[in-house]
Design a protein around this ligand. Structure first.
Ligand code: IPM
Ligand code: MN
Length: 349
């Protein structure tokens, strides 16, 4: 009996999570596993009503689950940063979800903004470090408000944090067994402290993986290749900030936020899965948003639980829907409502 915590969150989060849960129910019947969900109402509404963001007691409770299924965080009436820091980042840090795994996979060339790129050209995965770097939030103001003000923002990288992330990426490249290639995406030519540590650690760990091809690209060049030659990538490993940036670019080349999913992972421990787009307040309650990103996140959640067969079935059903049904992946233009897209996935399981 799997225990899954559900945090639908803000905006369109609840709508897409509903579709994901519909698919979960269907695939569990098909494959034959049992699960229990418990919903938590953390998000903008609760904060505005009660002032509570995410109490430490909730974090303790969430540790008892095997997975967390998250919709979206972000509310138009709450100052940007409050909920993101108080919920999403707090969960990443407090649950030590040190990997942010983000597949970049094109399912239908029609939805790719790059000319002549096919599904076989765009199929890589980004392993983003998820608990360190600039996201540690260290720094200070000096002479705040004055003409000679200085703002310092520190990228904090530990050997332990870098090493466990790089090891995960090598293991992933091995298990994935596609091109068996791992690219370190960094900025060794300018950020000479952080990327010195990353580069040294990368080649140290590489010694234990002689059958994995290693490669290095600066982050700016990575952006260029992701557009020009995305077929060069298999697995990319990078730090928190660069990973944040390149995976938005990744989401676009795979067809848009409507399909982009990610997992916040602590291997073997409770991990959190989410569509990577935001709460899309503009579309809230309109039954227009694309639930496929949330459904792809569910597939990743199932893989985390060890339900590989169910994960594969869900992904195959999504591919069928994307290939044969939808007009676009964009909200409101799919030719179907949010609920209908969820139903189509269920039907294609
Ligand atoms: C993401 C988001 C978050 C991040 C924000 C909402 C804090 O952009 O999951 O990529 O920067 O990590
Ligand atoms: Mn982001």
């Amino acid at each position: 009996m799997y225990r899954i915590a559900v945090i639908p969150g803000d905006g369109t989060g609840p709508e897409v999570v509903n579709e994901g849960l519909k698919v979960l129910k269907a695939v569990s019947n098909k494959v034959g596993f049992r699960y229990k969900t418990k919903a938590y109402d953390f998000g903008g509404e609760r904060y505005l009503k009660t002032g509570e963001i995410l109490p430490d007691s909730a974090v303790t409770e969430l540790k008892k689950f095997q997975a967390i299924y998250l919709g979206a965080i972000g509310h138009p009436d709450v100052k940007p940063g409050v909920l993101e820091k108080g919920i999403l980042l707090k969960l990443r840090f407090d649950l030590d979800l040190y990997i942010n795994l983000r597949p970049v996979k094109l399912y239908n060339s029609l939805f790719c903004p790059l000319k002549d790129k096919k599904p076989e050209d765009i199929d890589f995965i980004v392993v983003r470090e998820n608990t360190e770097g600039l996201y540690k939030g260290q720094g200070e103001f000096q002479n705040k408000g004055l003409k000679n003000e200085v703002a310092i923002q520190i990228s904090h990288n530990t050997k332990k944090g870098v090493e466990r992330c790089i090891k995960y990426a090598f293991e992933y490249a091995k298990k994935r067994n596609k091109a068996r290639k791992l690219t370190l995406c960094g900025k060794t030519n300018v950020l000479t402290f952080a990327w010195d540590l990353w580069e040294r650690t990368f080649y140290e760990v590489a010694k234990s993986y002689p059958d994995i091809i290693t490669d290095y690209a600066h982050v700016d060049a990575t952006c260029m290749w992701m557009v020009k030659n995305p077929e060069w990538f298999d697995v990319i490993v990078t730090d928190n900030m660069f990973g944040d940036i390149i995976t938005d670019l990744g989401a676009m080349v795979q067809g848009g936020m409507g399909i982009a999913a990610g997992g916040n992972i602590n291997p073997g421990k409770v991990s959190m899965f989410e569509p990577i787009g935001g709460s899309a307040p503009k579309y809230t309650g309109k039954n227009m948003i694309n639930p496929l990103a949330a459904i792809c996140a569910l597939s990743m959640l199932l893989e985390h639980l060890g339900e590989d067969k169910a994960a594969g079935l869900v992904e195959e059903a999504v591919i069928k829907v994307v290939k044969t049904k939808l007009k676009t992946l964009a909200a409101g233009k799919m030719g179907y409502t949010t609920e209908e897209v969820g139903d189509l996935v269920v039907k294609n399981l």
